[in-house]
Design a protein around this ligand. Structure first.
Ligand code: UFG
Length: 327
């Protein structure tokens, strides 16, 4: 059985959709601090906190059939991590060490970890492949890179096998429109632009217009949340077949500027996105584009929703029909 930590969150809940569809036995563990019970759609869950070793011990004792753990239970806001590093290192790093120890005590040695493009910091070149130097520019990125290094040490010491999936910019929503993105506060570009177009947020601030990019705004590689989830299924298959530890970058290999995203949102919604120029946001690299050649070659990973237009349409469908999110 697969344990899905943070299954009630944005990416976790899309993972659950695929697990239900493929008939994979699974169990969610979530504290519902950021996640939504409504996003579980029938997947079984246990409420508890990753930072609480007793919760974890009981979870593994009660469910001896868990053989793989997926981790979607991190804090994700780069800016907040600069202001509150303790919060990020405690939950995203220290708690994971406790988790790994409890997994070991329970005899579980397979782990799929949600890592991030933020581990690379300011790119030396794009597209960013797995060999690119790792030098995070935020505590968020550090908190994730530390876990990657801890996992490496656990493999050397204990034969603990893991797959680290480094997401670039997760976006979009379930095409069937039952789950979607609902963060409080929302900081991600696509939902913020949609909410601004709907009049649910003030004018979008375009953070930085003097970058060395085609129109001066930052370039990002947007990847559909279900394509990310799909890679997790491949990771589980690999680990269950006795595979070795791996790290993969996940993106579409195509970059879009903030202005191009605004255009795509205006096109999908038929609404204007009120926006204004604003200073650069601290810690934002100019350009993040993934090379995902390795996972494509090794596992045949093939994104189904690679087109930005489709990603934005799915996000729009969700927001249009859930203007208050899950509330
Ligand atoms: N942006 C704006 N205005 C906004 C919001 C975003 O101009 O209101 C810009 C940002 O400056 C950035 C781009 O839009 O250039 C994308 O910003 P997001 O906040 O949507 O995403 P980030 O690229 O900052 O970060 C995301 C995830 C992180 C992850 C990172 C890895 O939120 O968790 O991708 O690339 F680490």
């Amino acid at each position: 059985m697969i344990l899905v930590l943070g299954g009630a969150g944005y990416i976790g809940s899309h993972m659950l959709k695929l697990l239900r569809e493929t008939g994979e036995s699974h169990l969610v563990f979530d504290n519902f601090e950021e996640g939504h019970r409504e996003a579980l759609l029938g997947s079984p869950y246990v409420q508890g906190d990753l930072r609480n070793r007793d919760d974890l011990r009981k979870l593994f004792a009660d469910h001896p059939d868990i053989d793989v753990v997926m981790h979607f239970a991190a804090y994700i806001a780069v800016g907040e991590s600069v202001e509150q590093p303790g919060k990020y290192f405690t939950n995203n790093t220290t708690a994971v060490i406790g988790l790994l120890e409890e997994m070991r005590a329970a005899g579980i040695g397979k782990f799929v970890f949600s890592s991030t493009a933020a581990i690379f910091g300011e790119p030396h070149y794009v597209p960013i492949d797995e060999a690119h130097p790792k030098d995070p520019t935020s505590p968020y990125g550090d908190s994730k890179l530390m876990v990657e290094r801890i996992l490496k040490a656990f493999d050397v010491a204990h034969g603990f096998k893991s797959v680290c999936l480094r997401y670039f910019n997760a976006a979009g929503a379930d095409p069937e429109n039952r789950i979607g993105e609902d963060h409080h506060p929302e900081t991600h570009l696509i939902p913020v632009a949609i909410l601004a177009a709907m009049g649910k947020k003030p004018s979008l601030k375009v953070f930085g217009t003097d970058y060395d990019t085609p129109d001066g705004t930052c370039v990002r590689d947007y990847i559909h949340v279900l394509d990310l989830a799909q890679a997790h299924l491949l990771a589980v298959k690999h680990l269950r077949a006795g595979g070795d530890s791996r790290q993969y970058n996940l993106g579409n290999g195509q970059g879009f500027t903030v202005r191009q995203v605004i255009d795509a949102v205006e096109h999908a919604t038929g609404l204007k996105v009120p926006n204004e120029e604003a200073p650069r946001r601290a810690g934002d690299p100019a350009k993040l584009i993934a090379s995902s050649d390795r996972i494509r070659a090794d596992w045949g990973w093939n994104p189904q929703y690679g087109d930005l237009k489709v990603i934005v349409e799915h996000a729009w469908n969700w927001h249009k029909t859930h203007p208050e999110g899950y509330a």
